[in-house]
Design a protein around this ligand. Sequence first.
Ligand SMILES: [Zn+2]
Length: 164
Amino acid sequence: MSLTFPNFNAAKNKAKEVLEGNLIVEPPVVAQKLAESYELDVRYYIFKLEYKEVAGFIDVSKNTIAVNGEDSPARQNFTIAHELGHYLLGHDLDGTEYTCLFRDPTKQKNTPIEQEANCFAANLLVPTMMLQRYLDRFSFADDEQLSRIFGVSTDVIRFRRLYL
Ligand SMILES: [Zn+2]
């Protein structure tokens, strides 16, 4: 069954559940470790020319998340978290709504399941409580510094600050 609207609350709650279940209270949240705790292998590939624009995808038949080995570690962390989101939110990964994650967000299909996976990833890697705690303690921290602490791109920090 395909979703009509994204369920952002379900995505946020799942991210919280994963952090609590894995006893994670401090950044950086390393998505690869979390994926491995759910028996998923994370593999890094140099994609062929025709797939250079792909950031990653999940192959459930092999329990593997494939990641673009040429992306930055921060970008890879988000890719893994995004694909883990698809997996844990029970998305139909053989359905037509699911696509690879692309490096350029403007190329991404904006289906409800893609939006849910992005919401899950942003909340998993930059949990509200942790970000708030850093902003309270280090009020002069800029997006660049926060991105290093949280192991994400500055785009993710900017996006998360909008929703505090
Ligand atoms: Zn996706």
